[in-house]
Design a protein around this ligand. Structure first.
Ligand SMILES: *[C@@H]1O[C@H](CO)[C@@H](O)[C@H](O)[C@H]1NC(C)=O
Ligand SMILES: *[C@@H]1O[C@H](CO)[C@@H](O)[C@H](O)[C@H]1NC(C)=O
Ligand SMILES: *[C@@H]1O[C@H](CO)[C@@H](O)[C@H](O)[C@H]1NC(C)=O
Length: 374
């Protein structure tokens, strides 16, 4: 991987200084999320279905990516036509480095989220990608929300945009526009029967639109109301393991015409429970909020105090915007292909990863952080 990254690092950069106004608006304290209780149906699904470890899913990969110019490229084969397909769009990215647990770290894994653009009822799915093998191999797992009753537990698909994901311990945070985030638990992946339906069938078996494994939702976070400001749009999210405490950063997408507010909000995590820190009413309040002038933000992350935004520009190349609190202006680096999305940081290789979503140009791309920190 290091060799591939060096190749990418040779691509020349355009660096511009932006006269913008990043402003710390944390004092407004108006960005809050309410944490739901844990889904009690999980224990009934545990009884009804074989519960499969991440390693077993990854040992059962059934598709293969290609490696080109230092990027991982989705295949354009009959087997899994992801490079060009209009059916599913990739959005979020996270990795075993985010998960930070040795049981996943034996192999380097990427997780990528997709939402169903054509058959919307299929909801969203996660690709588990083994990047310890070259070219990388993967399998898709359907995201599901438990439903039904304790005696007949079932599940349904999850219609979210999945614009950002973060894998933290056993939990996977998945972005849910206008609401906040949903939490899925990789310690409860279930194996189901091959079939066209979803959830519990008449005969007591379970289907998931032909997927072999499902990853169930265990909680959700919903926006709590905003007495002072605009409603926050939860467009993307990323984990910062370099912050103390660890935190999740949400970015807000606005197209230029839609409004003049774009913010980045940080929520602190409890490293034991892996959940957001909440008050006695189960409300989490953003611990840091910045307002900035950038539009079309598709990814937001902080690394060692510095903010990075992934910004798409239609069919033109995408930007990474870098900003350090205390600096007057942010910097723009036009270094990514069109359609850049969510971000994730790998501290072992000091690389910021994103993926690109446009049909006909879908890659996972790593950029050495030194190229965007100067
Ligand atoms: C399976 O279910 C049990 C609860 O019954 C849970 O503790 C365990 O972590 C689950 N996961 C795996 C991979 O065994
Ligand atoms: C991932 O790929 C590596 C290299 O081929 C392999 O050794 C490893 O077993 C794979 N991981 C899993 C969980 O199967
Ligand atoms: C990367 O971060 C983890 C904590 O998330 C830490 O344990 C590890 O030592 C770090 N690795 C490097 C190379 O800094």
């Amino acid at each position: 991987m290091r060799v591939l990254l060096q190749v990418f690092g040779l691509v020349c950069l355009t660096v511009g200084v932006r006269a913008d106004n990043w402003e710390d608006i944390t004092a407004d304290k108006d960005i809050q999320l309410t944490q739901s209780s844990a889904t009690s149906l999980i224990k009934h699904l545990d009884d009804a279905l074989p519960n499969i470890s991440v390693d077993k899913v990854v040992a059962d990969v059934n598709h293969q990516m290609t490696v080109k110019d230092g990027r991982y490229q989705w295949p354009a084969t009959k087997d899994d036509d992801l490079f060009d397909s209009e059916s599913w769009y990739p959005q979020g990215i996270s990795s075993s480095v985010d998960a930070g647990d040795s049981k996943y770290n034996k192999n380097h894994l990427f997780l990528v989220s997709w939402y169903a653009k054509k058959d919307k009822e299929k909801g969203a799915r996660i690709s588990f990608i083994n990047t310890s093998v070259s070219p990388p191999k993967y399998r898709h797992v359907l995201l599901v929300e438990p439903s039904g009753t304790s005696s007949k537990p079932s599940f349904k698909s999850v219609e979210v945009h999945a614009g950002g994901i973060a894998w933290y311990g056993n939990l996977l945070y998945v972005q849910d526009t206008d609401h906040g985030a949903r939490l899925f638990d990789v310690d409860h992946i279930y194996k189901v029967k091959d079939g066209d339906g979803v959830g519990r069938q008449q005969d007591g078996s379970y289907h998931a639109y032909g997927y072999k494994y499902v990853l169930p939702q265990v909680r959700r976070y919903t926006s709590h109301g905003h007495p002072k400001g605009h409603d926050f749009t939860y467009s993307c999210l990323a984990l910062d393991r370099t912050s103390n405490p660890n935190s999740i950063v949400f970015g807000e997408y606005y197209h230029a015409a839609d409004g003049d507010w774009s913010r980045v909000a940080r929520f602190d995590l409890d490293s034991d429970t892996k959940l957001f820190k909440v008050n006695k009413d189960n409300v989490a309040t953003a611990s840091k909020v910045f307002h900035h002038g950038e539009h079309r933000v598709q990814g937001a992350i902080t690394v060692e105090g510095r903010y990075f935004l992934s910004q798409s520009n239609g069919d033109d190349d995408s930007d990474i915007i870098g900003f350090t609190p205390g600096e007057k202006n942010s910097k723009q680096y036009r270094i990514l292909p069109p359609g850049s999305e969510d971000l994730t940081y790998d501290n072992e290789t000091e690389t910021l990863w994103t993926l690109t979503e446009h049909a006909g140009a879908r890659y996972l791309i790593g950029t050495p952080i030194k190229n965007i920190s100067s």
